[in-house]
Design a protein around this ligand. Structure first.
Ligand code: APR
Ligand code: ZN
Ligand code: ZN
Length: 374
């Protein structure tokens, strides 16, 4: 390729400081180093976690930074030693990588790869340098994905090669929101047929939990949100009941207990609020509660430990429990076979120049997923 080995100048949405809108700038993207891949991003969804970055919720994320972690694109060039992808391959960047060698990757029950950026103290590449500059300043990476850039660089083990037939403007959702929610139900909770589930929060993640519960054969799926505009989509995707906590004066777990008699079998927190986490845990005597939403760094939750002693289980789920490099390509294949339909989550498609409009729609509760196109 003509650009291989050279610095590429392209557009990217840069967050210069917390609390400020993104700024679409011309940035320079350095070539990939050894074991790295440079990808031309075609489409990127906007996830609430990106909004948390803009809001400064993660103190360890340094600014300026290029957010975005729900993208899909085409390999532009590869660094020395890269063997699993080549220029022209369609790929999904992995915000949770799979190195294949660490103790978690070797453990069949875990997907929390220890060689991920989660173990890094700074949002740079693994060698502690950045491939991005803008106006002479170093720009930080985010989750090694930074999919709000037209070209981005990531470690080889943070890239999944997908089917060449995949429509990138749709399968980008398989980079975060859809597998996170769907996998929380299928992999982490292992929802049983005939069970009753409660899903707190009906954004892209929570609605994907609803889809997962339905696919697992749950007979009752209670969808909970303070924005009633989310209910029509939740029903379309499989929710049997929709509940707005604002319609009740009593606590929501009491409402759920009354609705179900015995309470729910599984509950999922897909909001990212510590209050709903505890409420979620109270949803039933024998409930398995799965934490899907991401809380602000440093959040502290207090709860009565007797809740656990009585037999409840409280589990966390990161990226739906999928071992990403193995599973995301399979999810793309299932999508192409029409076994999954994350397209139903896409409410808006916007050019990258309108990235801030995408965030305004999310904050106003008017979108589920906006997909940005380059
Ligand atoms: N009770 C019920 N629903 C609530 C409450 C509440 N107290 N507060 C907010 N919600 C609803 C919102 O109305 C919205 O529909 O939760 C939903 C959250 O959806 P999004 O903001 O679209 O977020 P999403 O992208 O789905 O991510 C959910 O998972 O990955 C994490 O960081 C992400 O914590 C976030 C969570
Ligand atoms: Zn996300
Ligand atoms: Zn690993």
């Amino acid at each position: 390729m003509a650009t291989s080995g050279k610095v590429i100048r392209c557009r990217a949405a840069v967050a210069w400081a917390a609390g400020k809108p993104l700024s679409v700038e011309e940035v320079e993207v350095a070539p990939p180093k050894a074991q790295e891949v440079r990808v031309k991003i075609v489409a990127s969804g906007i996830c609430r976690t990106d909004d948390h970055v803009l809001g400064g919720y993660f103190p360890n994320i340094e600014f300026p930074v290029i957010p975005g972690h729900e993208g899909a694109g085409i390999v532009e060039s590869v660094g020395e030693g890269v063997t699993s992808v080549k220029p022209g391959d369609k790929v999904i960047p992995l915000c949770l990588p799979q190195c294949g060698e660490c103790c978690f990757c070797l453990n069949p029950d875990s997907n929390y790869c220890i060689k991920s950026h989660f173990s890094e103290s700074q949002n740079l590449m693994p060698d502690k340098t950045s491939r991005f500059t803008c106006k002479g300043k170093q720009i930080h990476h985010f989750l090694w994905t930074s999919t709000f850039a037209e070209y981005t660089v990531m470690p080889e083990y943070a890239v999944a090669k997908i089917d060449a037939a995949a429509p990138l403007d749709k399968v980008c959702l398989l980079g975060c929101g859809f597998p996170t929610g769907y996998g929380a139900a299928i992999n982490t909770a292992k929802v049983k047929p005939g069970s009753t589930c409660a899903v707190f929060g009906l954004g892209g993640v929570g609605l994907s939990v609803v889809m997962g519960c339905k696919a697992a054969g749950a007979s009752r799926i209670i969808a909970i949100d303070i924005n009633k505009d989310k209910f029509a989509k939740a029903k379309e995707l499989g929710a049997t009941d929709c509940v707005n906590p604002k319609d009740f004066t009593k606590p929501i777990h009491e409402v759920l207990m009354e609705m179900t008699g015995l309470g729910v079998d599984y509950s999922f927190e897909a909001i990212g609020h510590k209050d709903t986490l505890v409420r979620d845990l109270l949803a039933h005597h024998r409930c398995l509660c799965v934490m899907v939403g991401e809380l602000a760094s440093g959040s502290v939750v207090s709860f009565d430990p007797m809740l656990l002693l009585c037999g409840r289980t409280w589990r966390g789920s990161v990226l739906g429990g999928w071992k990403t490099r193995d599973s995301i390509p399979k999810l793309v294949s299932s999508y192409l076979e029409k076994k999954l339909n994350p397209d139903l989550l896409i409410t808006h498609t916007l050019p990258i120049a309108e990235v801030n409009k995408g965030f305004e729609l999310l904050r106003a509760g008017k979108s589920i997923r906006s997909v940005l196109l380059f």
